[in-house]
Design a protein around this ligand. Sequence first.
Ligand code: ASP
Length: 334
Amino acid sequence: MTCFRRSLLTGALAASAALATALMAGPSFAQGAYPNKPVTLIVPAAAGGPTDTVARLIAESMTKTFGQTVVVENVGGAGGTIGMAKVARAAPDGYTIAVWHIAQSTAPALYDGLKYDVVGDFDHLGRITDVPMTLVSKAGLPPKDIAEIVAWMKANQGKATYGHAGIGSASHLCMLILMKELGIKMEGVGYRGTGPAMNDLISGTFDVMCDQTTNTTGHIKDGRIKGYAVTTKSKVSSLPDLPTLDGGTLPGFEVSAWHALWAPKGLPKDVTDKLVAALKVALKDPKVKERFASLGTEPVAETQVSPEALKTYLESEVKRWDAVIKAAGVKASN
Ligand code: ASP
């Protein structure tokens, strides 16, 4: 073999070895396949609360679908605006996503100088569920039914206290509307989420709360708190003894905490498609459906699980709550 032929052969061998190494381990090849590392799912509320419960069920199913861990990170505070600001600033690569709720639509009206645009700074992936809410109190409060708790709140306004997850959170919004309808004022006690608020309601630190069935159902059933009514137009099958507020006390009263999946604006199309597909799988997952049902909710219709449907819905909710919040004259200070 001449020297020339040997160096050609050596060169070819070296080149194919380098190619094989790149094919086996090269990050540039693996990078194409999303997701190739854990995905962070931000919950803009404290651990152990209702949004956290919904998000962890979705994360568990997505983990199975992706073969990569979807890790929940709780970033509570300021009615979810701290967590959603973090999502808006994250790289739009699909490795930071968020499960949040109706508060995404109330934040613009409530927070002057909000650090992000709730529509323009996000990719809207799909709705998840509409969770009914419940009017509840600490177990030691005397009222036994909806008429009695309404009379009690009226008689004790000024000294009665309610818990909420920050200005603009679902629990805050629900109580705000309730107080406006009843023409009363109670003192709010803010938390980073209604997970910790629930612990304090159970220990009797404050009096009443309006919170999602995903946080209240078990505690009502176990007698740790009292449940009086649901905030949806129809009764909730997991809490059959509770009347609707609409049905008697407050005709027309309706508020539920819709949840959705978001990402920072600018995801590559294939990443969006994979996330939406994984969300659809999660919402058909028997474990998710069963758990949702036991907590008084269900997945939204599949037609709602799309970027276009969520964007349209969010825009209409922003308009709807802007009018309600302006009429109530409420503002948060950032
Ligand atoms: N339920 C809370 C709210 O009122 C949020 C949470 O803790 O998940 O918005």
